[in-house]
Design a binder for this molecule. Structure first.
Ligand SMILES: [Zn+2]
Length: 257
């Protein structure tokens, strides 16, 4: 783990291949289940927005929840009818003038709520009102972006390669963005991985080809930003679990041939 700040994790994945890294990335984006509003019953909507638009906006609000306490709707013991193990109901009842915010969503489950109460849903003028019941279920980004767990991306690990007898090393340090490259005991080192891209051309030009920045296709710097109510660490480990499950399933199926 290189860093973890709020909803973003940066980590190093080593001793692997681009295919494996990309598989992990795709699972982190589209196969880790999250909770989002899927169905809404409108009792009253005299706002300026159509029911569909309001529903779309509510669907996009990320919800914080404990993933160990919920089943996929289709795999629940209630056979998809809806129960506390697979469904959370939110109630909104508000009259204008004023703005309806995500904070106005009253949850049937105390442990589940929007990650912030400040998402605006719709503005109501005097005499306008909104009353609805919204049903949230688990789902994956594969079927709709509102269930996307995270933004995940990676880059190959950058490495400095210095030819023997290379000159102009100090020039390289000076030409690169501040603090990106330094000389330590006469050795050139890359201090800031995320400035490697920027440094690449500069290094080439300044050193007349004596210094280059190469990419290591067996090491990856991953950046995972949660866009759901899930912790990025959970998304990473859960993606690994899902991948393991797929591999096991594949192995079992192979035996049946
Ligand atoms: Zn259920």
């Amino acid at each position: 783990m290189l860093s973890k700040k709020n909803d973003t994790c940066i980590f190093l994945l080593e001793d692997t291949t681009p295919a494996f890294a990309n598989t992990l990335r795709r699972i982190m984006i589209s196969e880790v289940p999250t909770l989002a509003v899927e169905k809404i019953d409108f009792n009253d909507n005299t706002s300026a927005l159509f029911d569909e638009t309001v529903a779309h906006r509510i669907g996009g609000i990320p919800l914080s929840f404990d993933p160990s306490k919920f089943n996929l709707h289709s795999e629940c013991k209630c056979n998809g009818k809806g129960c506390p193990s697979c469904e959370v109901v939110f109630f909104i009842e508000k009259s204008g003038p004023g703005t309806v915010y995500s904070g106005d969503m009253k949850s049937s489950n105390r442990a589940v709520k929007p990650i912030s109460g400040d998402f605006p849903i719709v503005k109501l003028l005097k005499g306008q009102s909104l009353k609805l019941e919204a049903f949230a279920h688990l789902g994956t980004g594969k079927s709709h972006a509102k269930w996307q767990a995270s933004n995940a991306s990676y880059m190959y690990y950058p490495e400095l390669e210095v030819k023997k007898g290379a000159k102009n090393l100090e020039k390289v340090v000076k030409a690169c963005p501040n603090g990106a490259v330094a000389l330590k005991s006469r050795k050139l080192v890359l201090l800031d991985l995320f400035k490697a891209d920027e440094c690449k051309r500069i290094v080439d030009d300044v050193s007349d080809g004596d210094v280059t920045i190469k990419e290591d296709p067996t090491r990856f710097v991953f950046r995972v930003e949660s866009v759901s109510g899930l912790d990025p660490k959970y998304i990473i480990t859960q993606a690994a679990e899902i991948l393991l499950g797929k591999a096991k399933e594949f192995k079992t199926e192979l035996k049946n041939i």
